[in-house]
Design a protein around this ligand. Structure first.
Ligand code: MN
Length: 259
């Protein structure tokens, strides 16, 4: 074993490195993104029992699961968006697994989002973060810490008004900077999707999906516990189910962080 891996095991055992769960529970109460009525929508979570130590299976318990690929804490593959549809190795089963592991850069904008739920991360704001914490490295998972996971009811979490949902995200220039200039692995957010609630009306519509997936980058939505990570110095592991031609998948996202 390499010395760094044996040292990692030692650090985990000694409790000097902690495993942080960035995942929301997945169940019937999991909120699902709403789309305008002209589009097909994704169903919520259904868990149907096959047997539970009963006549249907006297010694075993198991369930049948039903949900959309983009439900709860979930992974967005590049093929999810039309801009990524022709990229090689861009679906859940073909992405190289090395891409699922990377250093985390956590950008804290909770105060901004508390003041304005439509807050957008800008490239200037990223440069400000870098002046304090160093340049975002190639292959990083950039996690937008908005505090949105504190919203525990579906109503508060989806935050839909008459003019559509209101939740934070990235502006076009920030997405272009992360995808092209910083060559990140992907972005992770606490909200239901990687674009802001109002992003259907942006130019281009849904700029984060459009730009990131067009560049082969990944997405993580509905994360939590980002307040337990340092700005830099932790590692995110986010491996989707190996769904054949899958556009995304619920997953368990964990981080290794200094205790
Ligand atoms: Mn998604």
């Amino acid at each position: 074993m390499s010395s760094v891996l044996s040292q990692l095991v030692e650090e985990l055992t000694a409790g000097r490195v902690k495993v942080v769960d960035l995942t929301q529970p997945l169940g019937p109460d999991t909120p699902v993104i709403g789309l305008p009525d002209i589009f097909a929508s994704s169903p919520g979570v259904t868990i149907e029992q096959i047997s539970r130590y009963d006549d249907a299976g006297p010694a075993w318990y198991w369930n049948t699961l039903s949900f959309g690929e983009h439900t709860g804490t979930h992974f967005d593959a590049p093929v999810h968006w039309i801009t990524g549809k022709d990229l090689p190795n861009s679906s859940c089963n073909t992405l190289p697994p090395g891409r699922f592991v990377g250093p985390a850069c956590v950008i804290d904008v909770t105060a901004d989002v508390d003041a304005d739920p439509d807050f957008l991360l800008t490239s200037e704001r990223i440069e400000g973060w870098e002046a304090e914490h160093g340049r975002i490295p190639s292959g990083a998972w950039v996690l937008l810490h908005t505090g949105w996971s504190r919203r525990t009811t579906a109503e508060d979490f989806l935050n839909v008004a008459e003019d559509g949902p209101h939740s934070p995200g990235f502006d076009r220039a920030a997405s272009e900077m992360l995808a092209h200039d910083r060559d990140v692995t992907g972005v992770g957010v606490e909200t239901v999707g990687t674009d802001a609630g109002q992003a259907g009306g942006f130019d281009p519509p849904f700029p984060n999906h459009t730009i990131m997936h067009g560049a082969g980058k990944l997405g993580l939505a509905s994360l939590c516990n980002l307040d337990r990570l340092p700005a830099t110095g932790s590692i995110v592991i986010a491996a989707p189910l190996k769904i054949v031609d899958g556009s995304g998948s619920p997953l368990r996202v964990i981080a290794l962080a200094p205790a």
